[in-house]
Design a protein around this ligand. Structure first.
Ligand code: FAD
Length: 617
């Protein structure tokens, strides 16, 4: 009876159609039959099976690379089998690799249908509840019978999902975004890449969709792919136009070309719910009365003179500004909002020819990649090294503090892009399109840093981490010689601490690179940690140290350098009532999906605060 989950079903590359993630094909049926000990695979009805997860496994220790599936089997759909066969299936017992399926989780649907179900079961905000609000005497609960007015500041994943939940619950939502809608933002990014014009308010970090729009669009998260909240986010993305593959792919990825139309659909849906979206509008200040936010002061971000400040009243403000809104952090400090520095990581972005990474990872199978059109996915990697002076084999002088050095935000078939928001600073990241067809593979190689390191450079106080980032961003800009040119060094030169100006490999970075000694960029402990870790990565991925590989400086914005403390249940700031700090900029997320999840939960919390929602999340 019911649904059975079959996991760890391995299909060879020859027997697999490759990129089709949802298809129950012959090779897979053969493997299912083997696991079920069912003699004739072709007699199994395809419709009884659905693919839950498909990953490509090319780990070195395997004899042969393979696709690995998890499949759900709907026993009721096996009833068409002739009685003897059916008898065979009915004798199945739960065992390793074949487990009974759990009941469908509430979040296995998109957010809109989840909210509608809550509304149906609770009848929305009843007039009785509204009356209770009026007489409750809690001045900052929705104190009139009107809908609560909520400002969401920032249109990245966290702000979009917070807006969605609140608008679905019937709040009066205004989404305020300093950057531009994707159409205009695309033109501004074009002007940056082609004509070196950096719009300080519309760029790779600021604008509709936030930092995740012109990105690689990887939808991986450490929260856990099967958790209800992640499924709710993924289903919502599918609702707005993402391919269904992302629900199944072990390493889901969208790419910028798919993110842009998806965001347009997201925007239209929010507008259809009555959300007032204000692009090109920056929140410059908070309006506070009796220790509670009552509104925000905004200005037209396209007007450099800031002559047109406006005051807007709100019952609550969700602050979803990302980690590059340094002016907003400063403004929060001026109101004594609690901000605490937090550990993060900085380093360099390494770029190899994609073909080299394909051959390191897949050896004989590398030909199957075919610039993203082949059967096997464009190869990626993930490396991590613990760095400590306890390692006696190390030729590098490692200091006594223990650190990690790891690859981050790896973009196969991608390009290195400029993520500065200020012309006197240079910082970079990586993006890709859905096919991941470029000739290059890039990834950040970053080393963990903490307040002790900020102190050592004389940066103290809540924004010490921001100053630490800025220090290296300015240095990188100077080493590049200006005009957003990025300082680079081949990995072999970096390991030998020399600079060869001739034989430099090409870079995907469009604004120009300049050979430099990247040892001069960071304190010695960072350079040593990088050199040591790269030497270890080369053992794991032989060929990683290559004169074809180019290190680019500098990668500083891996995660937020601060956290804005908030109440664990309500998500409200502990130092300012009515303020809800969310997402990456507030220090509660790292990446598109986790930021979206945090935005979703904050939406539920604010809905609860204003009595729009009575369920448990
Ligand atoms: P953000 O996305 O940063 O959004 C914040 C928004 O707030 C911005 O749009 C900004 O304009 C707006 N804002 C800021 N201040 C104000 C203000 N005062 N008034 C009004 N609006 C304001 N993550 C992944 O998971 N996968 C990837 O492949 C990936 N690739 C990336 C590639 C690049 C180039 C970059 C830069 C980041 C990438 N990331 C990736 C990280 C990911 O984009 C972020 O983790 C995520 O976008 C954080 O979401 P958020 O909503 O918290 O903040």
């Amino acid at each position: 009876e019911g649904i059975w989950r079959l996991s760890n079903l391995a299909v060879s590359v020859q027997n697999d159609p490759g990129k089709d993630f949802l298809q129950v094909h012959n090779g897979l049926l053969q493997e299912i039959a083997k696991v079920l000990k069912f003699p004739v695979a072709s007699m199994l009805p395809e419709e009884a099976f659905s693919v839950v997860r498909k990953s490509f496994d090319a780990r070195k220790k395997l004899k042969e690379a393979k696709f690995v599936y998890t499949v759900d089997m709907d026993v009721s759909k096996l009833l068409s089998l002739e009685p003897r066969t059916w008898d065979f299936i009915s004798r199945l017992e739960p065992k390793v690799g074949l487990i009974e399926h759990m009941p469908r989780e509430r979040f296995a649907r998109d957010l809109m249908s989840i909210v509608h179900d809550f509304k149906d079961s609770n009848g929305g905000i009843s007039s009785r509840e509204q009356e209770r609000n009026i007489h409750s005497g809690e001045s900052h609960k929705c104190s009139t019978a009107r809908k609560p007015k909520i400002a969401v500041v920032g249109g990245g994943p966290s702000g979009l999902f917070a807006s969605l939940v609140l608008a679905e619950f019937g709040a009066d939502v205004t989404l305020i975004e300093r950057g531009q809608a994707v159409e205009r933002r695309g033109r501004d990014i074009g002007a940056l890449v082609v004509r070196r014009i950096l719009e300080s308010e519309s760029n790779f970090c600021f604008g509709e969709g936030g930092a995740g729009t012109w990105s690689d669009g990887k939808l991986v998260t450490r929260i856990g792919r099967n958790s209800g909240c992640v499924l709710a986010i993924m289903n919502t993305l599918v609702h707005f136009g993402a391919p269904k593959d992302i629900l199944v792919d072990g390493k889901p990825h969208l790419g910028t070309d798919r993110l842009v139309p998806l965001l347009r659909n997201f925007r239209q849906h929010l507008q259809s719910l009555g959300v007032d979206i204000k692009f090109g509008t920056r929140v410059d200040d908070l309006i506070i009365e009796d220790g509670h936010i009552v509104g925000v002061q905004v200005s037209d971000s396209t007007n450099k003179l800031q002559l047109d400040c406006k005051k807007l009243g709100f019952d609550a403000v969700i602050l979803a500004v990302g980690h590059s809104a340094r002016d907003t952090y400063q403004m929060l400090l001026s109101h004594n909002v609690d901000l605490v520095p937090k550990d993060f990581a900085v380093g360099l972005r390494v770029e190899h020819p994609q073909e080299l990474i394909n051959s390191i990872q897949y050896s004989g199978l590398a030909n199957e990649v075919c610039s993203g059109r082949g059967k096997v996915p464009v190869a990626d990697y993930k490396v991590v090294q613990y760095v400590s002076d306890k390692d006696e084999d190390s030729p590098f002088k490692l200091e006594s503090t223990s650190r990690s050095c790891y690859s981050f935000c790896m973009c196969p078939g991608g390009q290195v892009v400029l993520t500065s928001t200020n012309p006197s600073e240079v910082c970079i990241n990586g993006m890709s399109f859905s096919r991941r067809a470029s000739r290059w593979a890039n990834a950040a190689l970053v080393v963990t840093v903490s307040t002790k390191d900020f102190d050592a450079l004389n940066f103290h106080g809540p924004l010490a981490g921001v100053e630490f980032q800025r220090e290296f961003e300015r240095k990188a800009a100077i080493m590049g010689g200006g005009n957003f040119v990025v300082p680079v060094q081949t990995v072999t030169d970096f390991m030998e601490n020399k600079v060869s100006v001739t034989s430099m490999p090409p870079s995907s970075y469009r604004l120009g690179v300049k050979a430099a000694s990247l040892h001069e960029l960071f304190p010695v402990y960072m350079t040593d940690a990088l050199c040591y870790s790269i030497s270890m990565f080369d053992k794991e991925l032989p060929g990683f140290i290559s004169k074809e590989a180019l290190l680019h400086g500098v990668e500083t914005r891996t995660s937020s350098p601060i956290q804005i403390p908030r109440d664990g249940d309500t998500c409200e700031s502990i130092s300012l009532r009515g303020l809800y700090p969310v997402g990456e900029g507030a220090g509660y997320a790292g990446g598109i999906v986790s930021a979206a999840v945090d935005g979703m939960y904050s939406g539920f919390s604010v809905a609860k605060k204003f009595d729009l929602f009575h369920g448990d999340i």
